[in-house]
Write a protein that binds this ligand. Structure first.
Ligand code: NAP
Length: 282
């Protein structure tokens, strides 16, 4: 079992040390602004969790809560204000936004360096080109977890099930960047089970409870379950997959904690860049 909770705790500890050094060197406390439109209960809980983690490592969090009726123009203006605020180092727009909002326009209002959730087109292309930038947090967290368990990535056959902009696609890009041979599957993929059977690394990002069956998993494969469905169930049939996999992430306690820890770590990194903190002096 790959213990995402423990790896995330280590990442947060390293971040806490980095935050203390930034404060000591500059007198400025790194700050993450969280922007929430509406009051969707799950989104309220997620932003609360992110703010708490921020404060736990010594960073500030700035809470921006906007009514459900907020227009795209108003949201963009609010995000631009945060973009121009020197006291803010990272901006997170909690998604999904209400359906009347042009979420892409809102994301694109986030300056590249403050895009600590890795949602802008600039972050996405930087990731594909191997240039500096922030990864989308769940895929970024999955890569950290693979590295923490020394999973060989170069040359591995990696199958990513799901192609969303925040998960499947950036996941594939990060694995490709590390020289995996990557296959991206989606709802139109034929013979999905057979494709998955070829994988050394399987990333499930489907949004369907226990969708990936145990007998789809090649013996010895590494299974990363990004799914989080009602009742604390992942996208993989955990019991079945355990019989085949060499390593597997549980739900909860696998990929989930890594997502928030990655967001917090990326905010500290953004603050370091924005405040010109010299890494060598730390
Ligand atoms: P999404 O936007 O709904 O995307 C789901 C993907 O799964 C789509 O690309 C879809 O294909 C594909 N899919 C659906 N049915 C399929 C099938 N029968 N066979 C193959 N592929 C199929 O979901 P998401 O935002 O990427 O999230 C995926 C899961 O990760 C969810 O359980 C979500 O809760 C979880 N999640 C977890 C975290 C975390 O921090 N742990 C963060 C984000 C998301 P098409 O493109 O063809 O429709």
């Amino acid at each position: 079992m790959m213990d995402g909770k423990a790896v995330a705790a280590r990442l947060l500890q390293t971040t806490q040390t980095k935050v203390a050094r930034i404060i000591e060197a500059t007198g400025v406390t790194p700050c993450l602004a969280t922007v929430l439109v509406g009051a969707d209960p799950a989104s309220v809980t997620y932003t609360q969790m992110k703010r708490r983690r921020c404060e736990a490592v010594g960073m500030k969090s700035l809470k921006i809560e906007l009514p459900e009726s907020t227009t795209t123009e108003q949201l963009v203006a609010e995000i631009e204000k945060l973009g121009n605020d020197d006291a803010v180092h990272g901006i997170l727009l909690q998604h999904p936004s209400p359906s009347h909002v042009d979420e892409r326009a809102a994301f694109e209002a986030i300056p590249h360096i403050k895009d600590v959730d890795g949602v802008t087109l600039a972050s996405f292309s930087a990731m594909w080109f191997g240039l500096p930038g922030h990864a989308s947090c769940t895929p970024g967290g999955i890569m950290t977890l693979l590295d923490a368990y020394d999973v060989p990535i170069a040359g591995a056959n990696a199958v990513v099930i799901g192609r969303s902009a925040i998960l499947g696609k950036p996941m594939a890009g990060l694995l490709l960047q590390r020289n995996a041979t990557v296959t991206i599957c989606h709802s139109k993929t034929k013979n999905l089970a057979d494709v998955v059977r070829e994988a050394d690394i399987v990333v499930a990002a489907v949004g369907k409870p226990a969708f990936v069956q145990g007998d789809w998993i090649k013996r010895g494969a590494v299974v990363m379950d990004a799914g989080y469905n009602a009742g604390n169930v992942g996208d993989v049939d955990y019991e079945g997959a355990c019989k085949q996999a060499s390593m597997i992430t549980p739900v909860p306690g696998g990929v989930g904690p890594m997502t928030i820890a990655t967001l917090i770590a990326q905010t500290a990194n953004a603050a370091e860049v924005l405040l010109n903190v010299n890494n060598e002096k730390q």
